[in-house]
Ligand binder design. Structure first.
Ligand SMILES: *[C@@H]1O[C@H](CO)[C@@H](O)[C@H](O)[C@H]1NC(C)=O
Ligand SMILES: *[C@@H]1O[C@H](CO)[C@@H](O)[C@H](O)[C@H]1NC(C)=O
Ligand SMILES: *[C@@H]1O[C@H](CO)[C@@H](O)[C@H](O)[C@H]1NC(C)=O
Ligand SMILES: *[C@@H]1O[C@H](CO)[C@@H](O)[C@H](O)[C@H]1NC(C)=O
Ligand SMILES: *[C@@H]1O[C@H](CO)[C@@H](O)[C@H](O)[C@H]1NC(C)=O
Ligand SMILES: *[C@@H]1O[C@H](CO)[C@@H](O)[C@H](O)[C@H]1NC(C)=O
Ligand SMILES: *[C@@H]1O[C@H](CO)[C@@H](O)[C@H](O)[C@H]1NC(C)=O
Ligand SMILES: *[C@@H]1O[C@H](CO)[C@@H](O)[C@H](O)[C@H]1NC(C)=O
Ligand SMILES: *[C@@H]1O[C@H](CO)[C@@H](O)[C@H](O)[C@H]1NC(C)=O
Length: 460
C-alpha cells in the first residue's frame, strides 16, 4: 500500500499512522479501518493492534482473559466483536479509554456475573450483545451511565434477577430492546416492570423463562398483548408459566388463560381495574354514545373520561353543548370530527369502596365519503347520454347512413370520467359496502381484572 495512491489529508495521516503505529498483526486481516483477527486461534490479545481501527473483530478465538487497558490506544474504536471466546470475567479497566465504543459483542462466551464496573464509561454504547453466556447475575449498577443504549441482548443465560428499577426515561432515553428471553426468571418485580418507559416495555422480551403463573404477571402480559407488541405476537407459544412453580404444570398463557379466571375474584377484594376495550367506527358529523359500563355496579359511581382531543372530561368540566356526560357514565358527542378519533378511557370510581374500573373505547371517525354525490352525478350523466344516443339513433339512422357510424361526439364526455365512478352506476356493491362501513361496529374483548394502577392501564 502506497500513500500516494490515496488523496486526502486524513488518509495520508492514516497511512502515516499505519506505518508508524502498530502494523497489522500477521494473523489478522487489516482493510482500511477494519481489523479482523477472527478464527485465528488467538489465546491472548495481540500486543500491537493497529491504533486506527474503527472495527476490531476478535470473535471465534480462545481468549479467556483481557488485560486492563486492552484497547487503550485505540481511540477510534467503535465496533468490538469478541463473540465465541472463553471469557468468564472481565477485569476492571478492560475498556478504559475506549469510550468511543458503540457496538460491543460479547455473546457466546462464559461470563457468569455482569459486574457493575464492566461497561463503566461506555456512554456512547448503543448495542450490547451478551446472549449465550452463563450469566446468572446482573449487578444492579450495570446499566447505569450507559445513556446511549438502544439494544441489549441478554437471552440464553441463567439470569434469575434483573435490575429493572435502574432503567428510566431520563437514564436510557433510547432503549427500545431489552431481550431477557430464555433465562431463568421466575417472579419479576412487576411494579418495576410496569414503571419502565413505554418504549422499553414495548421492546422487552421475556418469553421462554420459568415464570410462575399469577395474576400480577398475567395482567402485565395481557396489557402488552392488547397493545399488540411484537414480543407477544411473535412468540405466542413461547410465553409459558408454571402453576405453583411446578415445571410439569407449564401453560402457554397467551393461548390458554382459563387459569387466570380466578384473578377477577381474588383481586376484586383489593383494587380491581377492569379494562374493557371496544372499537367504534363513526362517520364525521354523526353523533356517538360511549358507555362506561364496567365491572362496578354500584349506583354511586363517579365517572371521568380522558379523551384524545379534549383531555379530561368530568360532569363539572363540560361547557361545550356538543358533549354531554350522563350520570350513568355515558359520554355523548353530538357531531364527531375526524379530530375526535382516538382512545377514550373512562374511569369509574366507587368512592365508598375505593374501587376503580376502566373502560377503553377506540373511536375512529371516518371522513364522509363523497360517493353518494358521485353516484347521483354519474347517474344523471348516464341518463343524459342515453337520451342523446336515443335521439341520435331516432333522427339520424334512416336518412344519412354515413353519419350513423359516428355517434362518437356525444359519447366523448363519458370518456373523460374515471371508469371506476361509472361502475358505481351499474353495480350497487360499492354503495352497499359503504353502508356497512358507516354502521357502527362494536367488538368487545374479554374483560380482565388487573392488579392496580389505572394510570398504567391508561397508557396508549
Ligand atoms: C487513558 O485515560 C486516562 C484518563 O482516563 C489518561 O490519563 C491516559 O493517558 C489514557 N491513556 C492513553 C494511552 O490514552
Ligand atoms: C428456551 O431456553 C432454553 C434454555 O433456557 C434453551 O435451551 C432453548 O433453546 C430455548 N427455547 C427456545 C424456543 O428459545
Ligand atoms: C378458582 O377458584 C375456585 C373456587 O374458589 C377453586 O376451586 C379453583 O381451584 C380455583 N382455580 C385456580 C386455578 O386457582
Ligand atoms: C353488584 O354485584 C354484586 C356482586 O357482583 C351483587 O351482589 C350485587 O347485587 C350487585 N348490585 C346491583 C345493584 O346489581
Ligand atoms: C370552558 O370554561 C372555561 C372556564 O370555566 C374556559 O376557560 C374555557 O375556555 C371554556 N371552554 C369552552 C370550549 O367554552
Ligand atoms: C345512560 O343514560 C342515557 C341517558 O339517560 C341513556 O340514553 C343510555 O342508554 C344510558 N346508558 C346505559 C349504558 O345505560
Ligand atoms: C384538527 O387538528 C388540527 C391539528 O391538531 C387542527 O389544526 C385543526 O384545526 C383541527 N380541526 C378541527 C376541525 O378541530
Ligand atoms: C384504534 O383503531 C384504529 C383504526 O381501527 C387503529 O389503527 C388503532 O391502532 C386502534 N388503537 C388502539 C389503541 O387499539
Ligand atoms: C382511582 O381513581 C382515583 C381518582 O381518579 C385515583 O386517585 C386513585 O389513585 C385510583 N385508584 C387506583 C387504584 O387506581
Amino acid at each position: 500500500m502506497t500513500c500516494g495512491l490515496y488523496p486526502g489529508l486524513s488518509l495520508l495521516l492514516l497511512c502515516l499512522l499505519y506505518s508508524s503505529e502498530g502494523t497489522c498483526p500477521s494473523m489478522c486481516l487489516c482493510v482500511s479501518d477494519t481489523v479482523s483477527c477472527s478464527s485465528s486461534g488467538l489465546t491472548k490479545l495481540p500486543m500491537l493492534l493497529p491504533t486506527f481501527s474503527v472495527t476490531l473483530d476478535l470473535s471465534h478465538n480462545h481468549l479467556s482473559w483481557l488485560y486492563p487497558g486492552s484497547f487503550n490506544r485505540m481511540a477510534r474504536l467503535e465496533n468490538l466483536r469478541i463473540a465465541h471466546n472463553q471469557l468468564s470475567t472481565l477485569s476492571p479497566g478492560v475498556f478504559q479509554n475506549a469510550s468511543g465504543l458503540r457496538h460491543l459483542d460479547l455473546s457466546s462466551n462464559k461470563l457468569q456475573v455482569v459486574e457493575q464496573h464492566y461497561f463503566q464509561g461506555l456512554w456512547r454504547l448503543e448495542e450490547l450483545f451478551l446472549f449465550n453466556n452463563k450469566i446468572a447475575q446482573v449487578e444492579a449498577g450495570t446499566l447505569i451511565g450507559l445513556s446511549s443504549l438502544k439494544k441489549v441482548y441478554f437471552s440464553l443465560n441463567q439470569i434469575t434477577h434483573f435490575p429493572f428499577f435502574s432503567i428510566h426515561d431520563h437514564s436510557h432515553p433510547f432503549l427500545t430492546m431489552l431481550d431477557l428471553s430464555s433465562n431463568r426468571l421466575t417472579r419479576l418485580p412487576w411494579e418495576d416492570v410496569k414503571a419502565l418507559p413505554r418504549l422499553v416495555q414495548r421492546g422487552l422480551y421475556l418469553h421462554n423463562n420459568s415464570l410462575i403463573c399469577d395474576c400480577s404477571m398475567y395482567s402485565v402480559f395481557w396489557h402488552w398483548d392488547l397493545r399488540g407488541y411484537d414480543s407477544m405476537k411473535n412468540f405466542v407459544d413461547a410465553h409459558t408459566c408454571t402453576i405453583y412453580g411446578d415445571p410439569r404444570a407449564s401453560i402457554r398463557f397467551l393461548r390458554y388463560n382459563r387459569f387466570f379466571h380466578n384473578c377477577t375474584v381474588e383481586k376484586a377484594v383489593m383494587q380491581p381495574v377492569t379494562v374493557l376495550l371496544s372499537n367504534v367506527l363513526v362517520s364525521e358529523g354523526e353523533g356517538v354514545r360511549l358507555d362506561c359500563q364496567t365491572s362496578l355496579n354500584s349506583s354511586d359511581l363517579s365517572f371521568t373520561w380522558l379523551s384524545p382531543s379534549k383531555g379530561y372530561i368530568t360532569q363539572a368540566s363540560i361547557n361545550d353543548t356538543l358533549i354531554s356526560l350522563f350520570s350513568n357514565g355515558t359520554l355523548e358527542i353530538q357531531a364527531t370530527k375526524v379530530n375526535d378519533s382516538g382512545l377514550y378511557v373512562c374511569t369509574a370510581v366507587d368512592i365508598k369502596q375505593g374501587l376503580n374500573a376502566t373502560r377503553e373505547v377506540n373511536v375512529t371517525v371516518l371522513l364522509p365519503a363523497v360517493e353518494p354525490f358521485n353516484t347521483g352525478y354519474t347517474t344523471l350523466l348516464g341518463c343524459v347520454v342515453t337520451t342523446v344516443l336515443i335521439l341520435v339513433y331516432l333522427y339520424l339512422t334512416p336518412c344519412r347512413c354515413s353519419w350513423c357510424k359516428q355517434p362518437k361526439p356525444p359519447v366523448n364526455p363519458i370518456a373523460t370520467y374515471n371508469p371506476s365512478t361509472l361502475t358505481s352506476v351499474f353495480s350497487p356493491s360499492t354503495t352497499d359496502q359503504h353502508k356497512t362501513h358507516t354502521n357502527r361496529h362494536v367488538a368487545f374483548m374479554e374483560p380482565m381484572i388487573s392488579e392496580d394502577g389505572t394510570e398504567w392501564t391508561q397508557e396508549s
